[in-house]
Design a protein. Structure first.
Lengths: 344, 156
């Protein structure tokens, strides 16, 4: 119930703010809620809108499936419990079938509520992007104008200050874009069809052709399989993995990335191995958290959300994405596709 | 008869020799930057700013002669009152402005809104760029393609 108390506070504090402001003011929001949060969302309409704003903070961090799965489990237990034990004294206890029917009916209602909620969340993401983009655009444009028109009267310090301001605004604007990409990778229906993985991989390489050439990275690829997946999302995964290898290349080594396919029982395992700066074993899981950046800001450019996007997309496909590596030697990312090697 | 709505223009009207662009956007600061970018690409372009959707539609529908129409309209989407899509619909359903080249100029990168723009009859959709140099490139591209290379309906 502590979740609901927190959400009520969130709701109470939103008066007078635009959705976007309240979204930022109330973040970070406690991440552990699911069933309780959903209960809160449905109890009262006004409240549900406010809670939704709070929800949107952790939605991108927990893939939608996880939230739904968790809530459905909890909900089943809860509804079944209520339906079976909540009968009036003296009446016969409900049969198992009636119990299940009640639970299934209520569950269906909850699922469609959640679907509607996700739809509204996607709309909110675009609205938030618009709200954030506009002031950011002006900071950059007017910073540019300041330099253009007044650089003669700005001394060295003044020019330095403006440069820091405009480059920070630029970084913030790519952060917003990445957050949105993360949010939209976590929701919406997967468009599943058999895809020759070489196609999205080639497209991903085309997308990053410029940075690839800039650092002189060589990619070596064996033949890739055809698997059932959402091509657009898988392309985002490949794209981010290549960008990651570029970002964490080792100074003084000519950067390479090898993409290999292995069979492991029923599973196919796709591995991406680079020869970059690698990472410590203890960091292997942490690198998938949003906004974790190994190494200092000056060592690596980026927003620190690429790998989190990759993992979210893989998990939505019921694939796993894991990392292994040795510091100052290489990093290796493995996508395990369960059942893809089964001949049936 | 031109409508009496306030139309900001920095230069005097002279349609026969000057390219005329109407920008419909409630955001004065964005328009200031756009004006700057256009004046650098081609100082002779006459940029009229109308900040209100209803006033903009009234103004454009008040023309009686195709040849007097502006060469191009830049249209923001998210505006209070009449939004960009409503303005687009109004302009596309009137005989006088049906053929007017209209470029949506908005923050929105939503695929749904981009499709909506084109299917509503917009001639292009541009996302407002973040830096002045990108905005400058946009203005240059518009000046080169729409105001120079393309044969426009009011010139034909």
């Amino acid at each position: 119930m502590t979740q609901i108390a927190k959400m009520t506070e969130v709701g109470a504090s939103t008066g007078g703010f635009s959705p976007c402001e309240s979204f930022l003011n109330n973040a970070p929001f406690n991440q552990g809620s699911s069933y309780e949060a959903i209960q809160g969302l449905t109890s009262d309409f006004r409240f549900s809108i406010d809670a939704q704003l709070a929800w949107s903070w952790f939605m991108p961090i927990y893939p939608v499936e996880n939230v739904i799965r968790l809530s459905v489990d909890d909900f089943c237990t809860s509804v079944a419990g209520e339906a079976c034990t909540g009968t009036a004294p003296g009446t016969k206890q409900m049969t198992d079938t009636a119990c299940n029917d009640a639970a299934i009916g209520a569950l269906r209602a909850k699922v469609s509520e959640l679907e509607a909620l996700n739809e509204r969340l996607a709309q909110f993401a675009y609205a938030a992007a618009h709200d954030l983009e506009e002031p950011l655009r002006k900071i950059r444009q007017y910073g540019d104008l300041l330099v253009e028109d007044h650089s003669a009267t700005l001394n060295k310090d003044g020019q330095f200050y403006v440069n820091v301001m405009t480059s920070s605004a630029q970084r913030l604007s790519s952060l917003v874009k990445n957050l949105l990409q993360f949010a939209s990778a976590s929701q919406g229906d997967l468009v599943l069809k058999p895809v020759d993985l070489e196609k999205p991989f080639q497209k991903a390489l085309d997308d990053v052709q410029h940075p690839l050439e800039e650092v002189g990275m060589v990619t070596k690829m064996g033949s890739l399989p055809t698997v059932q997946c959402d091509e657009m999302l898988v392309q985002i995964v490949f794209n981010n993995l290549v960008l990651n290898a570029i970002k964490y290349r080792a100074p003084g080594r000519s950067p390479e990335m090898t993409i290999a396919l292995a069979e492991d029982g029923d599973d196919l395992v796709l591995s991406f191995t680079d020869n970059g700066i690698g990472f410590d074993k203890s960091e292997a899981d942490r690198i998938f958290e949003p906004f974790v950046r190994l190494g200092s800001k000056s060592e690596a450019q980026g927003t620190g959300i690429g790998l989190a996007i990759c993992r979210t997309i893989c998990e939505r496909h019921n694939w796993s994405l894991t990392a292994s590596g040795i510091k100052d030697s290489h990093a290796r990312f493995e996508i395990r596709i369960p059942g893809a090697n089964r001949n049936d | 008869m031109k409508s009496a709505f306030r139309v900001q223009t920095e230069m005097t009207e002279n349609h026969t020799h000057r390219k005329c662009v109407v920008i419909i956007d409630d955001d004065d600061e964005d328009v200031f930057a756009v004006r700057r970018a256009f004046s650098k690409s081609d100082p002779s372009i006459d940029l009229k700013h109308i900040s209100d959707g209803v006033a903009a539609v009234d103004y454009l529908l008040s023309y009686t002669d195709y040849s007097d129409l502006p060469d191009l309209v830049l249209l923001d989407i998210k505006m209070p009152g009449m939004n960009g899509f409503e303005i687009l619909r109004a302009l596309r359903s009137s005989d006088i402005s049906r053929h007017l080249p209209i470029i949506m100029f908005s923050t929105s990168a939503s695929p749904k809104e981009i499709r909506q723009a084109y299917s509503g009859g917009a001639n292009a959709h541009l996302i407002k760029p973040n830096s002045m140099s990108e905005l400058q490139e946009f203005a240059q591209a518009i000046a080169v393609f729409w105001l120079s290379a393309a044969t426009l309906p009011n010139r034909g």
